[in-house]
Design a protein around this ligand. Structure first.
Ligand SMILES: NC(=O)C1=CN([C@@H]2O[C@H](COP(=O)(O)OP(=O)(O)OC[C@H]3O[C@@H](n4cnc5c(N)ncnc54)[C@H](O)[C@@H]3O)[C@@H](O)[C@H]2O)[C@@H](O)CC1
Ligand SMILES: [K+]
Length: 491
């Protein structure tokens, strides 16, 4: 997985990397500029448009100048504006300033005539991870001016004004695209920053993952290439028992659909045998809309341990007796997947939290999470509380949303890269519960079940939305689960 470094470690990384490779920091800047321009050529082919590059005094500005040179050499029309007397700027800024081709006009931003041609592109190279305080004065006014333009806006590494690891309180550049180097900075994953970050692109500037590992042991970004090694592989003699027997408990009157979504998602994820236990006085006569799913009686079956995994809570209702939940946890006594109304039950009966089997997986959305831990001010605090919760109760806490967070009991935090906004639809969470429970039942460790479940769920959502967009529903996600195995070449 890709390590996520905090802002203050990035300078140290930079230093050690160039030392180990025997290169100059200017060379690394050139690698970064080349990686950026390669991305740029793929997205913006029209060389007639005017490109306005605003360069701050540090190395973010240096990147901007190197990019200006490379784009100009490639035939693009470049206008550079810099923010300080170039003598006060970083060494690599100055070196790249010297290397600017003569045909590029470079002007102090205070002399900018505020004209941006129609269809123009603004590149923000003002501040990156070196931002040290809230923007004020003329720089804040400049960002405000740039934000009001109709141009396409691109931020290099970070939108200027956005701190790398915390929530912003000041003026920030509004990007349509943020092109960040090597790994996502934490603040680019916060939902409250979406208006600043736009589409996120992580580009490789040549620093190997292995090198990054020494600088972050806590926060990671889950990518497509991290998934295959987490899967179990089955052979031609595998039988349905090997693929696990799973049970879903939930589905009170009026909410049966949630239970069926979880159950069917588990089948599509590969479970061998799937049963569901609706929360009905008498569930015998209930019609299950899928031939492959069996009905199960939790109250009369004492041996819940015959199940390989249990997913509990989808549509369970709010009238469940906490002692009944407790008896299920005691009778099963293995890690289980706990969602929705089961999380609400834990929140209103905190004594139950101590009884949750270790390494269980809780999958709250933001509101359910707040019921568990209380109100939070912002996403940074939410992440901190998720980490402490996972450590305290020795569970895996999956905080659902864009870049779903998987907080592990040892304190590691994994952020997901798959999925999109179209997945914010009724029942999407029930599908996730079904998928994670399925992997758990197939013998995956809770950590791998969580990672594979979250990533495949997001990928299935992406695939389903290709043709459905905002009309996508949770069942569409389920139908695309098998294609995720094909995409990732999982047999
Ligand atoms: N791996 C790396 O570390 C690499 C870093 N590179 C670039 O270098 C950037 C970091 O460069 P720097 O550390 O020089 O930092 P920045 O260029 O982000 O900013 C530092 C400069 O801005 C000033 N400053 C900070 N906050 C300010 C504020 N609110 N108002 C006015 N002035 C302010 C500082 O005094 C300093 O002069 C990265 O974001 C990236 O763009 C790339 O060149 C490639 C490699
Ligand atoms: K920037």
């Amino acid at each position: 997985m890709l390590p996520i470094l905090v802002g203050e470690s990035i300078k140290e990384l930079d230093q050690e990397f160039i030392l180990s490779k025997g290169i100059l920091s200017l060379d690394l800047m050139e690698q970064a500029a080349n990686a950026f321009t390669n991305w740029f050529y793929g997205v913006f082919e029209d060389k007639e448009v005017q490109i306005y590059i605003f360069c701050g005094p540090g190395n973010n500005g240096g990147d901007g100048l190197a990019i200006a040179r490379l784009l100009s050499e490639n035939g693009y029309s470049i206008n550079v504006f810099y923010l300080k007397n170039e003598k006060d700027c970083s060494n690599d800024f100055q070196a790249n300033f010297e290397r600017l081709p003569k045909n590029i006009s470079a002007t102090n931003f205070e002399k900018w005539d505020k004209k941006i041609e129609d269809g123009g592109i603004i590149i923000d190279a003002i501040f990156g991870v070196g931002l040290s305080r809230v923007l004020e004065g003329p720089i804040s006014d400049l960002i405000c001016e740039l934000n009001s333009s109709l141009a396409t806006r691109i931020a290099i590494d970070l939108p200027s004004g956005l701190p790398s690891d915390s929530v912003t309180t000041g003026q920030v550049f509004h990007s349509d695209h943020t092109v960040t180097f090597q790994f996502p900075k934490l603040s680019l994953l916060f939902p409250e920053h979406i208006q600043f970050t736009g589409d996120l692109h992580i580009i490789d500037i040549g620093i190997e993952d292995g090198f990054l590992q020494d600088f972050s042991k806590k926060a990671f970004y889950i990518r497509k290439q991290d998934i295959s090694s987490r899967h179990r592989f089955f052979h031609r003699f595998s039988h349905k028992g090997d693929f696990g027997r799973v049970l879903f408990i939930g589905g009170a009157p009026g909410k049966l659909g949630a239970l069926f979504l979880s159950s069917y998602a588990a089948l599509r994820t590969g479970s061998g045998l799937v049963s569901c236990a609706p929360e009905f006085e008498d569930s015998i006569g209930i019609q299950v809309p899928y031939n492959e799913i069996m009905l199960y009686q939790v109250k009369s079956n004492t041996d819940l341990a015959e199940m390989d995994a249990i997913g509990i809570g989808s549509g369970w209702g709010n009238t469940i007796d906490p002692d009944y939940f407790l008896s299920i946890m005691i009778r099963f006594n293995k890690p289980m997947v706990i969602d929705a109304d089961a999380i609400n039950l834990l929140a209103s009966n905190p004594f139950l939290l101590q009884k949750v089997p270790k390494n269980s997986i809780l999958t709250p959305h933001v509101k359910e999470f707040e019921r568990l831990v209380g109100k939070v001010a912002n996403h940074a605090e939410r992440i901190e509380k998720a980490i402490s919760f996972a450590i305290k109760y020795e569970v895996i806490l999956i905080l659902k949303g864009a870049h779903t967070l998987i907080a592990l009991p040892d304190g590691r935090q994994l952020f997901n890269s798959s999925g999109n906004q179209y997945m914010a639809t009724a029942g999407s969470g029930d599908v996730l519960t079904g998928m994670i429970t399925s992997f758990l039942g197939q013998g995956y460790t809770p950590e791998n079940a969580a990672i594979c479940g979250v990533f495949h769920h997001g990928l299935a959502g992406e695939l389903a939305s290709e043709s459905k967009r905002r009309g996508m529903v949770a069942s569409d996600i389920i139908e695309k689960i098998p294609t995720t195995f094909v995409e990732l070449k999982i047999s």
